[in-house]
Design a protein around this ligand. Structure first.
Ligand code: ADP
Ligand code: MG
Length: 421
């Protein structure tokens, strides 16, 4: 079927033409359709049977333009192909941590997947100070498995190149290259910031030491084909409940620096931490929740590093970065262990610098995060924004000196003291 955007009225007729839907949506039942896309880019429909709650799917369809901006900003519908291919790969490497894919139709630029109706987008409950006891455990498994199984530590060299080619994703990568790394730090028409923090924003934009580091990080983003990354793993791309965590929306996926996704998770928790200077006035409640956020950020890194290394030791013998036999000599085992540590140290460096860069872009680029933009009083919002900019700036400028997660979080603790002083 040639491409046309679907509507809640036309969707059911379309789905009836899809063989894969026969069992999922038995034709003798009646269905409700809602368009729920709150995202920036695409149409998202929920289809639910009025007779049997198990008969439900979510349909995501790409529009040929960027939804937030409108038809004046064309954007390739190819992005659904990347999203689907990434979800299929994630279902293989991290089953149970992403929605199941039921069907796809690349001509129509759409994908049909599991309805995560027992989960909610993580950003909202984080603002309500809900704690998620399994989150660090589950997201670190997602990160370790997806980043390890798509790297040269696991894949034979030719398979890795094929993966890299399959996920070239040039258009969406360019969006991130511009909107994460460059535009927020220069004069660009789409940038948005609170006039009450203009002094800090202007300082950052002319801070040569910071800009040099961000440029190196951008070079890494553009050239370091290390692992398949989700590349947009903010807390709006995570659906969660007290038991389970699910990652959605990998349309930006490509083979890039492994630290990027880990940075995205930690940085979004930091921005939520910042938001509570305004959302939570009671100091005891705030300290308690911020304490949980800090512990979670710490666990995301430590559990990721442990699991990634364990996978490498257990299953690294297919990979060709260091082929089988390479470390087979007296003392080789210790050298291999040291190399693993250094590899994770380098990922960590990227995490620190990238987390800083991404925090800055949210405070001074095209889009903020709802945690912070939902603070209505501009004075209160400025407290959160100032904090996030100060942390982000230090994570970038001090990235070489910040050697472990405790040092990274010390910056958050020090800036908290400064913010409250
Ligand atoms: P976009 O790429 O346009 O940002 P998302 O993939 O983030 O779109 O989806 C937009 C919204 O649709 C999500 O915030 C979520 O509320 C809802 N959604 C997306 N996928 C699912 C799903 N599998 N189950 C339930 N809700 C979903
Ligand atoms: Mg999206």
């Amino acid at each position: 079927m040639s491409y046309r955007p679907l509507t809640p009225e036309t969707l059911l007729d379309y789905l009836q033409t899809r063989e894969a839907m026969n069992d999922r949506l038995p034709p003798d039942e009646t269905y409700r359709v809602r368009e729920v896309g709150d995202g920036n880019l695409n149409l998202v429909f929920v289809v639910e049977s009025e007779q049997d709650p198990r008969h439900t799917v979510v349909v995501k369809q790409a529009l040929p333009y960027l939804r937030v901006v409108g038809e004046s900003w064309p954007l390739t519908r190819e992005r659904v192909v990347y999203e689907t291919e990434a979800l299929l790969l994630y279902n293989r490497h991290a089953p149970g941590l992403v929605p199941e894919v039921y069907d796809h139709d690349y001509e129509m630029s759409l994908l049909v997947m599991e309805n995560l109706n027992r989960h909610e987008i993580m950003r909202k409950p984080l603002v309500r100070r809900v704690k998620f006891p399994n989150f660090a455990e589950q997201i670190s498994t997602f990160l370790a498995r997806t980043l390890f199984y798509t790297s040269d530590l696991y894949l034979p060299a030719t398979e890795k190149k094929a993966l890299t080619e399959r996920f070239m994703n040039p258009e969406l990568r360019k969006l991130q290259e511009d909107f994460v790394y460059s535009h927020p730090l220069m004069d660009a028409p789409e940038n948005n910031w609170n006039p009450l923090v203009d002094d800090l924003v202007q300082e950052v934009r002319k801070d040569g030491e910071l800009k040099e580091r961000v440029t190196w990080l951008k070079e890494g983003y553009m050239t370091h084909a290390q692992s398949l990354i989700h590349a947009d793993l903010h807390t709006g791309s995570i659906m969660i409940n007290q038991e389970e965590t699910r990652v959605i929306d990998p349309e930006f996926a490509f083979v890039g620096p492994a630290g990027y996704d880990v940075a995205a998770v930690i940085q979004n928790l930091m921005l939520n931490y910042a938001a509570h200077f305004a959302h939570t006035e009671d100091p005891a409640l705030r300290a308690d929740y911020q304490g949980w956020l800090l512990a979670t950020m710490r666990e995301v890194w430590t559990k990721f590093a442990e699991k990634f290394e364990a996978l490498w030791v257990a299953e690294g013998d297919r990979g060709e970065l260091a082929p089988q036999g390479y470390w087979d000599y007296p003392g080789g085992e210790a050298d291999f262990a040291r190399f693993r540590r250094h590899y994770l140290d380098r990922i960590f460096q990227d995490v620190v610098g990238t987390a800083g860069t991404k925090a800055l872009r949210r405070m001074m680029g095209i889009v903020s995060v709802w945690d912070i933009s939902s603070i209505e009083d501009p004075e209160k919002r400025a407290v959160a924004e100032r904090f996030a900019i100060r942390v982000g700036r230090r994570w970038v400028k001090e990235m070489e000196g910040i050697r472990d997660i405790d040092a990274m979080l010390d910056v958050v603790r020090e800036e908290t003291e400064a913010a409250l002083a």
